[in-house]
Design a protein around this ligand. Structure first.
Ligand code: FPP
Ligand code: MG
Length: 362
C-alpha cells in the first residue's frame, strides 16, 4: 500500500482528471456536501441541478441505443450517431453516457435517489424488450379473444394498477364483451410498456427532485404522479406524430420532396408501422377493424402492402382522434397532480411544459 503513495509510484499512477478520480473526490466530500444542499438564486439546489444532468444523460444514452435498434438514420433533425459513426461507436457512446451518469448519481450520496434512478435504467430496458415482443398476443389474438377469463388474467399480468383510470379502459370487465376486454388488455399493455420505456424516467426523476429538496412524502408522491402522466403523454403524442407523419408521407408519395418535408418536420423516421411496434393509433385501428388489422399486426407488418393497409385503417377509423384524447387525459392527470403542489414560478413553468408536450409537432 505504502508504495502506492510514494512519489515513485505516482509516476506510474499519474493523477488523472479529477472528474475521473473517485478516490480523490472522496477526500473533498465534506466541502462538496455543504455546497450540495445550498440553494442557488433560482431556488434549486446543486444536487437537483446534477440530477437534471443525470436524467438527461440516461435519456440520451437510451436514444443512442434505440437508434441502433431501430436502424434510424436521423434524430432531432440531424443524422443519428449510428448513421455517422456506426453501430459500435453509437452503442459505446451510450454506454459511456450511462457510466458517466452512474458516477454522478453515486456522488449525490443519496441512497434512495440512487435506487430510484437505477430502477429507471432497468425499466428502460424492460420497456424496450416489451416493445420487441408483439403486444397483442397479450389478448387480442383469436385464441384468447373468446375467453374473458384469460383476458382478465392477461390484464393482471400487464401491471394494470400503474395505468388505471383512462376512459379508453372502460367499460369495466363485468359488462365488457370479450373483444372489448381484449382491446383493453392490449391498451393496458401498451401503457405499461410506455411507463417503462418513457414515463418511469420522468416519474422517478421528479420524485428524486422532491427528495433532494427535502419535501414530504405527499409532495414526493405528487411529483412522481406528475412525471408519470407527463411521460405517458409524451409517449402517446410521440406515437400520434409518428402515425400522422407516416400517413402524410404516404399521401404525398407522388412527390418525394413533399414526403421528405413531412419527415424533416418530425426530425426522425416515422417507422412504427414498418417496425411492427404496436402503438396507440394502431391499437385503436385494430379495435375498429380487427379482421383486417389482426393478420397484419400478427406478422408485424412484414408482407408487401401491409404498411399501406394499416395506414388506411388508421385513416378510416377514429384512431388519430382517440389517440389525441388519450394524450389529453394523460395531460389532465399530470396537471391535476401538479396543481396540488404549492404555487410557485416552477409550477407555472411546468403547467406550460404540459401544454407544450401535448401540442408539440416534433
Ligand atoms: C425511444 O422510443 C426509446 C426509448 C424512450 C427508450 C429506449 C431504451 C433502450 C434502447 C434500452 C437501453 C437503455 C439505456 C439506458 C442504455 P421510440 O423508438 O418509440 O421513439 P423515437 O421515435 O424517438 O425513436
Ligand atoms: Mg426509435
Amino acid at each position: 500500500m505504502s508504495s502506492l503513495t510514494s512519489p515513485g509510484a505516482s509516476a506510474f499512477f499519474p493523477p488523472p482528471n479529477p472528474e475521473d478520480a473517485p478516490y480523490q473526490l472522496s477526500q473533498s466530500y465534506q466541502a462538496y456536501d455543504s455546497a450540495w444542499m445550498s440553494r442557488r438564486r433560482d431556488g434549486i439546489t446543486e444536487a437537483q441541478r446534477r440530477l437534471a444532468e443525470i436524467t438527461e444523460m440516461v435519456h440520451t444514452a437510451s436514444l443512442l441505443h434505440d437508434d441502433v435498434i431501430d436502424e434510424a438514420l436521423t434524430r432531432r433533425g440531424a443524422p443519428s450517431a449510428n448513421s455517422v459513426f456506426g453501430n459500435k461507436v453509437a452503442v459505446l457512446g451510450g454506454d459511456f453516457l450511462l457510466a458517466r451518469a452512474s458516477v454522478s448519481l453515486a456522488r449525490l450520496r443519496h441512497p434512495i435517489v440512487v435506487e430510484l434512478i437505477s430502477t429507471v435504467i432497468e425499466h428502460l430496458v424492460k420497456g424496450e424488450i416489451m416493445q420487441l415482443k408483439p403486444s397483442w398476443t397479450c389478448a387480442t389474438n383469436s385464441s384468447t379473444r373468446s375467453s374473458a377469463a384469460e383476458v382478465r388474467a392477461a390484464e393482471e399480468a400487464c401491471d394494470r394498477p400503474r395505468v388505471r383510470g383512462f376512459s379508453a379502459l372502460t367499460p369495466d370487465s363485468s359488462s365488457a364483451t370479450p373483444s372489448s376486454l381484449a382491446f383493453r388488455a392490449d391498451l393496458v399493455h401498451y401503457l405499461t410498456k410506455s411507463y417503462y420505456k418513457t414515463a418511469s424516467l420522468l416519474a422517478n426523476s421528479c420524485r428524486s427532485a422532491a427528495l433532494l429538496g427535502a419535501h414530504d412524502a405527499r409532495a414526493q408522491a405528487l411529483a412522481y404522479e406528475f412525471g408519470k402522466q407527463l411521460g405517458l403523454c409524451f409517449q402517446v403524442v410521440d406515437d400520434l406524430l409518428d402515425a400522422r407523419a407516416s400517413a402524410a408521407a404516404a399521401a404525398s408519395s407522388l412527390s418525394s420532396s413533399a414526403a421528405a418535408a413531412v419527415l424533416q418536420q418530425l426530425g426522425k423516421p416515422a417507422n412504427d408501422l414498418e417496425s411492427g411496434a404496436t402503438t396507440a393509433p394502431l391499437l385503436f385501428a385494430l379495435r375498429a377493424f380487427p379482421d383486417e388489422a389482426l393478420p397484419i399486426l400478427s406478422r408485424r407488418g412484414r408482407a408487401e402492402g401491409d404498411a399501406d393497409t394499416m395506414r388506411s385503417l388508421v385513416a378510416k377509423s377514429r384512431a388519430i382522434e382517440q389517440t389525441q384524447r388519450l394524450a389529453e387525459e394523460c395531460a389532465e392527470a399530470a396537471l391535476a397532480a401538479l396543481l396540488q403542489l404549492q404555487p410557485s414560478k416552477a409550477q407555472s413553468a411546468l403547467v406550460q411544459l404540459v401544454h407544450k408536450v401535448l401540442t408539440r409537432q416534433k
